[in-house]
Design a protein around this ligand. Structure first.
Ligand SMILES: [Zn+2]
Length: 304
């Protein structure tokens, strides 16, 4: 194995160790990311599935979802501080739309530094796998983890929110009896309450329900339309536009500072959260199947 690969793997192992010791991340919950990645990995074609397994470090044991929260854990590290603006998009207050050239930049105005730009950038990097990973500018393992993570983030409606309230972060609310904020309600509270109320706190049961909705339930007719978009730049714009529309219609709408959100809000928003988790997974699989598809694999087929 190449020295750089070993170093990267050690580095990633260290990150995971630190992550396990770190407090809960302030982002689309661990559970949301894990389910998006689990759905995606279950929908990969054989060739792309093998590429994904090859790109994962050994300790992930072939499970993409085990590292899907990694980009949240390292975003404040010096080396990765540049990735921090890549988790979200700030849009003009009340505009309720997304304009890539207007909105996709970091606070300093650097272009493409937002979650939509990140999705297309890391997808482009992964296309270099075709060229035998010889391009040293790119670390394809990291590119895969970033893409998998940001496909989750871009589908969380409040990750495409208003600028002045930081995507709902400064809107303090109560979630049933405890203090929270509007961003966290969408990142974590709805998912955690759903897990507690309906799934015995078991992510596997939650995931099974999502999979059933995809194959024989409420979404099975929609799935083909989820994949509709032209290319690398229009797809992330579509996802982000959907998110800000949902944020306006279901996230912000009627919520005031200090309000208590409970049953009514939970019941009406939970289906949206579930759908966005699933959409992120289905679309991540579509991208990976495309990027890692139609290429020659020099592997020994398993014995039959
Ligand atoms: Zn994130």
């Amino acid at each position: 194995m190449e020295k750089t690969t070993v170093e990267t793997m050690r580095f990633l192992a260290l990150m995971v160790a630190l992550f396990l010791a770190a407090p809960a991340a302030q982002s689309w919950s661990k559970e949301g990311h894990i389910m998006t990645c689990r759905i995606a990995q279950s929908l990969l074609d054989e060739g792309p599935a093998e590429v994904v397994r090859n790109l994962l470090p050994d300790y992930a044991e072939g499970d993409l979802s085990s590292l899907c929260v990694w980009p949240d854990q390292i975003r404040h590290w010096y080396k990765y501080r540049w990735t921090s603006p890549l988790h979200f998009i700030d849009t003009p207050d009340k505009a309720c739309n997304f304009d890539y050239s207007r909105d996709c930049h970091d606070p300093k105005g650097t272009e493409d530094m937002c979650v939509a730009g990140a999705v297309s950038n890391f997808t482009t990097q992964l296309l270099h796998y075709h060229h035998g990973t010889s391009d040293r500018r790119y670390n394809l393992t990291e590119a895969l983890l970033f893409l998998a993570h940001f496909m989750g983030d871009i589908h969380q409606p409040m990750h495409v929110g208003f600028t002045s309230d930081e995507g709902g972060n400064t809107i303090q609310v109560r979630w049933f009896r405890h203090k929270s904020n509007l961003h966290h309600v969408w990142d974590r509270e709805i998912i955690l309450t759903a897990l507690a109320d309906y799934y015995e706190k078991d992510t596997e049961l939650f995931l099974k329900d999502l999979q059933n909705n995809l194959t024989q339930g409420v979404w099975s007719d929609d799935i083909s339309s989820w994949g509709e978009c032209e290319d690398l730049s229009s797809c992330p714009t579509k996802y982000a536009t959907e998110s800000i529309n949902l944020a306006c219609k279901w996230g912000y709408n009627g919520v005031t500072q200090g309000e208590t959100l409970a049953d009514e809000y939970f019941d009406s928003r939970m289906p949206i959260v579930m759908k966005r988790i699933a959409q992120g997974g289905v679309r991540l699989a579509l991208i990976l199947n495309q990027v890692f598809g139609d290429q020659k694999h020099h592997h020994i087929p398993p014995p039959t």
